[in-house]
Design a protein around this ligand. Structure first.
Ligand SMILES: *[C@@H]1O[C@H](CO)[C@@H](O)[C@H](O)[C@H]1NC(C)=O
Ligand SMILES: *[C@@H]1O[C@H](CO)[C@@H](O)[C@H](O)[C@H]1NC(C)=O
Length: 510
């Protein structure tokens, strides 16, 4: 009897210590990073087929609750088998990049395969894209498996102000996997939900103003919004070529940087990539995932108004994080002001709102015109479709007010030109002046509220998990810098992540 209970105790403690899960059972896919997956491939503990099967099963089980995925790729298992064969015979490139790693794409990123590209709207269901988006061409070249399309705030949250963030007609309301009632933020909601919930290894989102940083912040994952033009926007359902940027949303800074390395660079279908390619460091971004990345960095703290947006738990955590950043060797330059911050935040007054409306109409019409086939060919067609199928798209409930305002614009006229000049001035006199005057490497803010400052200048930002409030709702911290400063931002974000290691998997609380 005594012996039996001793044996029981030993078994129980072995179970609790994870002895069996680590040694006797197969490799654990949940929470695995790209480096973990590559190692497991190499040691023959895992195949891409097993990985894809795991994700498909998990999507099948949890997506009806979370609605992070709109479509899965019917060819995903075929592509996984192909990757497994290539690794077996050591095909060149099969040991690096994203070879055999599944990725989900926000549903505004075009793929020339069996998947639809719809920005979440029924209006584009059945449309045929002319080619893969520029970033998708690069992902395929790096060996990634396109697992499917992630949900989003429909049309990247440019249809109506009345719709809740994370809603789209085709998959309904996306849910925050930590606290289902908390809201996932958008517009790259499904990308963030899906990596947080282990539906996939890594994902891509897009940002015009906050659409990568905010969902990353809300779902306790890492988002990188690159300098505009660093990643190609060709084949991406647009809002504004001046502000749109495609970037990774992943569980770790390291994973996000591996994906970033795969998608940056020149694409002849997006002219801005040629200009921005000068920022790409020789040898890529992975070299900046080094210890001591916080050392010697000058970090500016702009409390007003960003601490005002923060909850009590978030503010408390923020003060603690400033200590951590100091301990890592950064110089905290506190209590700074961006002189014209109120003018930047007034999107009507700044001209950002006005300009986006005109740019959206022009660039969406160009995207629709370029399709091989489509039920809609102009913004006017989309508006008419929404009226006709109001029920499918919840038009009576959520409206399409932004569409109507955009449709009423008439190109880049005098008002838009004045807005362009004003936005450039706001950036010069505000963020840029602050960065130069105090010789800062980055500005650090709680949450994702800094996005308009970055958006109007085409600047990069990274959001990293920073804590959970007393209900378990996640929040992050943002690091923003000047154009092309991704190397510094990556060092800082990685240094912060390694010093804090805050992310934990979600528990799907009500
Ligand atoms: C794409 O949309 C069509 C409807 O037009 C549908 O039949 C098809 O299953 C969709 N593709 C995927 C991969 O879900
Ligand atoms: C924003 O700017 C507009 C136009 O300049 C102005 O009418 C409005 O009062 C401003 N709003 C705020 C809150 O400052």
């Amino acid at each position: 009897m005594a012996n039996d209970s001793l044996l029981f105790l030993i078994l129980a403690s072995l179970l609790l210590s994870g002895f069996f899960t680590k040694t006797s059972s197969a490799f654990s896919i949940e929470e695995a990073s790209i480096d973990d997956l590559r190692l497991a491939f190499k040691q023959n503990q895992l195949t891409s087929r097993q990985l894809v099967e795991f994700y498909l099963k998990r999507i099948g089980r949890l997506n009806p609750l979370l609605r992070g995925v709109i479509e899965v790729n019917p060819d995903a298992l075929f592509l996984a088998d192909k990757a497994d064969r290539e690794r077996k015979v050591n095909t060149p490139g099969s040991s690096g990049g994203l070879h055999g790693i599944p990725i989900l794409l926000k549903d505004n990123i075009a793929t020339k395969d069996k998947l639809n590209t719809t920005a979440g709207s029924y209006a584009l269901l059945g449309s045929v894209v002319p080619r893969d988006a520029g970033v998708v061409m690069k992902l395929r070249k790096a060996g990634a498996i396109i697992l499917g399309k992630a949900s989003l705030s429909e049309w990247s949250y440019f249809r109506s102000n009345g719709a809740p963030s994370g809603f789209c007609g085709r998959s309904g309301q996306g849910k925050n996997p930590y606290v289902l009632s908390a809201g996932p933020c958008g517009s790259s909601s499904g990308s963030a939900i899906s990596v947080a919930a282990n539906f996939v290894a890594v994902s891509l989102g897009t940002e015009t103003d906050g659409s990568i940083l905010c969902p990353s912040n809300a779902n306790s994952v890492v988002g990188i919004k690159p300098t505009v033009g660093l990643t190609s926007r060709a084949g991406v359902i647009p809002i504004s070529p001046r502000q749109d940027s495609v970037g990774p949303i992943c569980r770790t800074v390291s994973d996000a940087v591996i994906v970033l390395d795969a998608i940056v660079g020149v694409d002849y279908n997006d002219g801005a990539t040629q200009e921005a390619s000068k920022y790409i460091p020789h040898g890529g971004y992975k070299q900046f995932l080094k210890p001591y990345g916080l050392k010697g960095k000058r970090l500016g703290i702009v409390r007003n108004p960003f601490l005002g947006f923060a909850s009590k738990a978030e503010s408390k955590a923020f003060e603690h994080h400033l200590q951590t950043l100091r301990q890592g060797g950064s110089v905290i330059v506190d209590h700074l002001e961006i002189a014209n911050i109120n003018a930047i935040f007034n999107s009507t007054g700044s001209g950002e709102g006005t300009l986006l409306l005109a740019e959206f109409k022009i660039s969406l019409n160009a995207y629709l015109k370029d399709l091989v086939a489509s039920p809609v060919r102009t913004l006017a067609d989309v508006i008419a479709f929404n009226r006709k199928f109001a029920e499918l798209e919840k038009i009576n409930e959520f409206g399409q007010d932004i569409f109507l305002l955009a449709q009423a614009t008439n190109g880049i006229g005098n008002i838009e030109k004045a807005a362009l000049i004003n936005l450039a001035k706001l950036t010069r006199d505000g963020f840029q002046k602050l960065m130069w005057y105090y010789k800062l490497d980055a500005v650090v803010t709680p949450g994702a509220g800094f996005s308009p400052v970055l958006a109007i200048g085409g600047f990069p930002g990274i959001n990293v998990p920073a804590g959970y409030d007393d209900k378990g709702v996640p929040f992050g911290i943002s690091f923003g810098g000047l154009k092309g400063t991704e190397p510094k931002l990556i060092q800082i974000a990685f240094g912060f992540e390694q010093a804090t290691r805050i992310r934990k998997p979600p528990t799907f609380k009500a």
